[in-house]
Design a protein. Structure first.
Length: 226
């Protein structure tokens, strides 16, 4: 039952590190931001085209004039998002600075502030279905997790099946000639997979080396017995 309830969350929680960027704010706060277009792609992969499987309702904006106190003008956005059925609505809030003031009194307007606030609101709403959950749960601070999730999103190569065959064949090889023949046959696949998934190549090499040592040890033991 819990797996059924978490079906969307589990499908969307993992984040491809290639589509993130680090940011910092005043006060020393640092974090990781997701690229908005990647979020849209992930939602589309899972639910279908926007407007059919998922989408957004009309946003609401509010402009807050703080020029007397801070020299800033802020814009806030509220938006409802939905998936599967338009009645499955969940909400997000975002904000940005429309206008800021330099120390010399000059004003600096941002003509993309409304778009940024809207994007922020949509992205915050999509957290509720699991998008980027690993980031918000602090897992991106774990180097081991980062390595694992990077491998998860690495392109799947046809040669991976050949690599699996190589590892299986090596594990039952009987002679050093058998091993050499297997290496010659599968070396292209091993190297190609290694450029994308070095951990998989390392596993194949370790299996090969361990089997070669076992065969050599067996030869030595046979010679000693004679």
């Amino acid at each position: 039952m819990s797996e059924l309830k978490l079906r969307h969350w589990n499908a969307l929680k993992a984040t491809d590190p290639k589509h993130t960027k680090s940011f910092s704010r005043s006060g020393g706060f640092k974090g990781t931001a997701l690229k908005p277009i990647w979020i849209i792609e992930q939602m589309t992969k899972h639910f279908g085209p926007v407007g059919e499987g998922w989408g957004m309702n009309e946003p609401t904006f509010q402009v807050v004039d703080l020029t007397k106190d801070t020299g800033r003008v802020m814009v806030y956005c509220w938006v409802g998002c939905w998936h599967t059925d338009r009645d499955n609505v969940f909400f997000g809030v975002g904000g940005d600075t429309v206008q800021d003031q330099f120390r010399d009194g000059r004003m600096a307007p941002d003509d993309e502030a409304f778009k940024k606030a809207y994007t922020d609101a949509v992205n915050n709403a999509l957290k509720f279905v699991g998008v980027g959950a690993d980031i918000h749960m602090g897992q991106f601070e774990d180097s081991k997790y980062l390595k694992e999730v990077a491998e998860q999103f690495a392109p799947h190569l046809p040669e991976e099946a050949e690599l699996a065959e190589f590892i299986q064949a090596v594990s039952i090889a009987q002679t050093e000639d058998d091993l050499k023949s297997l290496l010659d046959r599968y070396k292209d696949a091993i190297n190609k997979v290694g450029t994308v998934k070095p951990a998989e190549k390392a596993r194949a090499v370790q299996t090969y080396q361990a089997r070669a040592k076992a065969i050599r040890d067996a030869i030595v033991q046979t010679g000693d017995a004679e």
